[in-house]
Design a binder for this molecule. Sequence first.
Ligand code: NDP
Length: 630
Amino acid sequence: MNRNVVENGRVAAATGLTPSSMTIDIDAAALRAKYAAERDKRLAAPVGRNFKPLEKPGENIDPHMPVIPREPVTDHVEFCYIGAGFSGLLTAARVKEAGIKSVRVIDKAGGPGGVWYWNRYPGAMCDTAAMVYLPLLEETGHMPTHKYVYGPEIHEHCERIAHKYGLYDDALFHTDVTGLVWEDDGKRWRITTDRGDSFTASYVGIGSGPLNVAQLPDIPGIEKFKGKQFHTSRWEYEYTGGDRFGAPLTKLGDKKVGIVGTGATAVQCIPALSRDSGELLVFQRTPSAVDVRNNHPFDPEWFKEISKEPGWHSRWLESFSDCWGQAVPDPRIMWEDYPDLVDDGWTNLAIRWRNRYRAIPAEQFGLPAILQAMEEQDNETMERIRARVDEIVTDKDKAAGLKPWFRQMCKRPCFHDEYLPAFNKESTQLIETDGQGVTEVTETGVIANGKHYELDCIVWASGFQFIAGEVLTRFGYDIVGPEGKISDMWAAKGDGGGMRTLHGLQTAGFPNLFFQQLPQTGFLISNLPNNFVPQAANVAALISHAKENGYTTINVKPEAQAAWCDAILQHGRPIGNAECTPGYYNNEGKGENIHTKLNAGYPAGASAFAKLMDEWRAPGPQQFAGVAFA
Ligand code: NDP
């Protein structure tokens, strides 16, 4: 560990990218021991690594839009997509472009947008550069206003896509699917909903998102609190005042507000809460690693120039995943020089890794050298991030508490330039809990560090369900195919079972059903659209092929699925690991099971996955290998 950091709380490390040649005096063994101690402390905490969904079954807490009564729907559509977030919009758009006119999107939310419909907390924005995060930029002609854009712009872009592709026409919003059952005589799916709908679709896509079920920590007393409490994804502006466009939260001026959680969401909304609350108490169990944001508006002339050649947006997306491809330490791809068009916090991170691998002498290239390179890179980055805390936060105790002690990819990396300065305001207190968190909620506040804190309002920035084994909880309904229920098929059976797919897209025995999800695909967590783009193209191509050739079913061959999943199980790299500080990346430190092992990506990475899918769709003898059309 850099002894300066540990002993004096300061380090003269550079800010910005750490060149691979830069060496700082880091005692890696001491740092490893410190990280392990921080992890163990959290694992031993008596309360709070279990969560419960925010909403009870059948409940829909939507502070954003009233539910409008409507008649049940009982018709037939050709393609139905469950989920109107990015994956649904992209897939429905591609399916429409392929000539399929009868397309219905369906969503629990009151409109399109997925997480961007729900997450309207102040300061919500995307940490990935807008040029690659916003889907269908070329098709819609939209120029992002900034390098990193705010939630309202992203939400508006979702609405733009829905308008452009006519997706409102047949959509069902504020509608939760309750059942999906295959009807063999008609070779179609029957979809039932909580609004009394019962209609059929020849093809169904599901893109519920990896973070669609908001959760609360399972802390004793949480239902007892008599003040105001809400989850960040259900922000109540009526209570706080202000709006999601940045207007001050005027009604909080005389309030004592507590926020529980310091993940990516909290990092974004704490600056506004700090600015406007009478008093803000930030209850922290584990600090986030918060790197530089450096946002700026876009110059229309620049945008015009870079977007003039057709196909420009695909090239940007490829550039993003190619950068991450180079972060896979595979000598076959590592030595190629890909231009980093995107140049955001994520590609910079990937390139730091790549530079480290490249510095390994050829004769030493192998697992030990790769692991050492990864650790050295990580140590340098985390030292710089900890040094940034000292540079910005003036109160020494607060600064010490805000320093993250884990390897960067143990937790979702954050990027923000106003988060740390918010703690310089005297009325913003950091309630550091040494890894124990809030342990109880009372009628009037919360208990942390054995002390009671009176509060008017609790904001739960406590995240979302994530792990693949919970995928059916995330769907909220079972799927009954010709051979039985998917819950039986995907149940853990020792080392078998679990969610099994070919390419993450289809499961054997469930014809005409497509999943848009991270596991078993390119698994690029830093930019979800990079995962959805190839799959949207796959869905459109598969359906077109079936229609052109008069097939009525598209099914996956069990042997192809088994081979794909074996490769994932043997060589896939789940995020997080047992050495990490617990969090949703590593199943809250509860260890591996078949679900977590299958919650991994194509071993060669997202870039290679996208290229593989291009080849898989290309006409020829291997087109759609592993899929049976009938
Ligand atoms: P997270 O799951 O990342 O964070 C939950 C937070 O709640 C953690 O800090 C956790 O602490 C804390 N917590 C839970 N229980 C307690 C307790 N009893 N006491 C104190 N703290 C507690 O959720 P987020 O909503 O922050 O982020 C979820 C994901 O959403 C992100 O990882 C990211 O993928 C996505 N996101 C994306 C954005 C974007 O830019 N595109 C922006 C914002 C979010 P601990 O760490 O100790 O478990």
